[in-house]
Write a protein that binds this ligand. Structure first.
Ligand code: F1P
Length: 347
């Protein structure tokens, strides 16, 4: 992952709409909202992008599960940029959702895709080919982080065209992106601690994942990875939703993975963690180096080496991918070829 994220930035000397194809500037100039269509892991990268695009570029974003989108009456908006996200570029549901959006009159289309010679790239007006290359396993990992890197570049390009990005901000954001390979390597170095946790998880049949804000989609992705490759049932919730139902599931037997970056939501998250502890739930917290969260009875803490601001989801998801991977290895499942799943779902 450090390498493919580094590759993403190779040759990127500044933010330009043309990173997304010829004519992107004119398209970005005409749009005033974004509709993201994707399935599975790609859907979660879209959910993360919603936080980025709305907070940085100030453009409203709607993210739809592509396998559902065409089956309801949605209200189209003509000046929409339709963004499909797909590692394979062949996912039938995402292609069908794209065609549905076009049939509703939304003509501006962009895909973020791993494969240049794919149906998705042929169908879309604009394309960004990620630098992920081929994924070894069925479950998406580096495809996800390179999609996020591409979506952050898209956020900056939209912000620039929308007059929301100063030159100084552009320099700062690119500097943070360029440092990502080093920051991800530091997360990968946490592997021995994560293996110790994974051995506990391997004995469980259920797990909850909590996150808030832009780390809620990361919690969703962490739960999906655990389900896909270790077959442990896992659900993710925005931490504030616990009291609206899932708290009923929490007992001493329930591991609760908490994505806890040191951001503006940390105090709220800490009170959600207390709700879990009060019911005996075991907390497994991925905090940042500077988070004021301490380990203790029923509270296990691993600290990510740096707090990473807007790009923090890219670091935090790597720790969750490692947790799922090692839980699967400990259970002896086939990590690269999970049962019942296909690399690209073309039907
Ligand atoms: C969507 C997806 C993947 C998942 C698996 C099945 O694929 O749900 O996220 O890892 O491969 O399909 P894509 O549209 O991103 O290729």
């Amino acid at each position: 992952q450090p390498r493919v994220i580094g590759d993403t930035l190779e040759g990127v000397t500044g933010i330009m709409p043309e990173l997304f194809g010829d004519g992107a500037y004119n398209v970005f100039k005409q749009i005033d909202r974004v509709l993201i269509l994707a399935c599975g892991t790609s859907y979660y990268s879209g959910l993360t992008a919603k936080y980025w695009i709305e907070s940085v570029a100030k453009i409203p974003v709607n993210v739809e599960i592509a396998s559902e989108y065409r089956y309801r009456d949605s209200v189209p908006h003509p000046n929409t940029l339709v963004v499909t996200i797909s590692q394979s570029g062949e996912t039938a549901d995402t292609l069908a959702a794209l065609k549905h959006a076009r049939s509703l009159g939304m003509e501006h289309t962009l895909t973020i895709c791993n494969v240049g010679h794919s149906a998705m790239v042929r169908e879309c007006q604009l394309a960004y080919i990620t630098r992920a290359g081929v994924e070894v396993g069925v479950a998406s990992t580096k495809a996800f982080t390179t999609q996020l890197a591409a979506l952050f570049l898209l956020t900056l390009a939209l912000a620039q065209v929308n007059g929301r990005l100063t030159e100084a901000e552009e320099v700062e954001h690119l500097k943070a992106m360029r440092h990502l390979p080093v920051a991800i390597s530091a997360v990968l170095a946490l592997e021995p601690q994560i293996i110790a946790w994974a051995e506990d998880f391997a004995r469980k049949e259920n797990a909850l994942f909590l996150g808030r804000g832009m780390h809620y989609p990361i919690a969703l992705e962490g739960a999906l990875k655990l389900k896909e490759i270790s077959y442990i049932h896992a659900e993710a919730y925005p931490a504030g939703e616990l009291k609206h139902g899932p708290l009923a599931l929490v007992t001493e037997e329930m591991p609760v993975v908490t994505v806890a970056p040191n951001d503006a939501l940390i105090e709220k998250l800490k009170s959600n963690m207390q709700e879990v502890r009060a019911r005996g739930g075991q907390l497994y917290v991925f905090a940042d180096v500077d988070s004021r969260i301490t380990s203790g009875e029923g509270v296990h803490v691993i600290r990510l080496p740096e707090h990473y601001g807007l790009l923090s989801p890219i670091l935090h998801v790597v720790s969750l991918q490692l947790l799922a991977y090692h839980a699967a290895v400990a259970r002896g499942t086939d990590v690269d070829k999970p049962r019942n799943l296909a690399k690209s779902v073309t039907v």
